[in-house]
Design a protein around this ligand. Sequence first.
Ligand SMILES: Nc1ncnc2c1ncn2[C@@H]1O[C@H](COP(=O)(O)OP(=O)(O)OP(=O)(O)O)[C@@H](O)[C@H]1O
Length: 334
Amino acid sequence: MNPNPNAITRTRGRAAHPAPSPAAGCAVPGDAVPAGGRPTPTGDAVPTPAGASAPVVCLCGAAVRVGGRTLWSGVDLEVQAGEFIAVLGPNGVGKSTLVKVLLGVQPAAAGEITVLGGLPGRSGSRVGYLPQRRSFDAGLRIRGIDIVRLGLDGDRWGVPLPRGRRRRAAEERIAEVIELVGAGAYAHRPIGACSGGEQQRLLIAQALVRRPEVLLLDEPLDSLDLPNQSAVAALIGRICHQERVAVVMVAHDVNPILHHLDRVVYIAEGGAVCGPPSEVINSETLSRLYRTPVEVLSTTDGRLVVVGQPEAPALHSDRHAGSLGGVGNLGRLI
Ligand SMILES: Nc1ncnc2c1ncn2[C@@H]1O[C@H](COP(=O)(O)OP(=O)(O)OP(=O)(O)O)[C@@H](O)[C@H]1O
């Protein structure tokens, strides 16, 4: 899958130009005190020393195989609290699979992975997740506020929220998170009658309602028009930086989120490069990643276009056709 691993592994999770180092290192075998807390055999975290800034997500030498195929390997990544990270790359390279690995539903084939200091899948409501977009039937009568409430009690379907003080606290939290995403005006409308952007805000509210420390978003801007992409991107950036939620977001077009991002992970050719957008999304770094000349152009309005990008290993041409932005099959917005 990766005949020239040096092209990727030399970066070991960073762009060629040295990116600012995270405050804490990845938990690697032999560390006296693992940053972020190495998971114990039971999946519990070893406490991090006071004052140390532990990464909330850590991948060291991670690899994943699905259907007998290695999608990516040698991937290193650390995400700190309050960081906004985009996962980019062509169709089928394993971006959603990375999210599934962090959720603990897809086992890694190699490497060490921790989420909030424990094994993936062990942090419960401390991790929020918004899956790839599913559109609601226009006739669906369930209200937006009920969709948000499912984030609190959806795992106890049919069992009402407890009465008394806990119920009041839950209702206050639902109202608070609806306010946070700016959905107050339509939260009592049937979800099927809400626009795509309104539905997406309500789904983000649902993912936030349990106050997660890590938010995993799989293409939350997909199918939204440009103004809504900008608005939802700004909302996610605000939640990330103000509420100190670490956001890992799969995206096909980096442009709507470019100004909100701290770093990107660009997956291609079986490996990944991680760093600030300007250090990853440039001709030099992407040419090295793809092992073929790739040109990154910047349009007059500041959008980035990749030209000469090889065909992806698996094209899902229909769903993402819109993200090509009309630049033809040699170029795409990323
Ligand atoms: N359970 C599975 N069995 C076999 N192949 C799988 C399985 N799950 C995913 N794949 C394949 O793994 C590859 C990566 O899938 P993934 O959804 O992670 O890609 P992606 O980069 O998110 O793609 P897209 O940009 O199109 O959403 C795809 O080729 C997909 O068909």
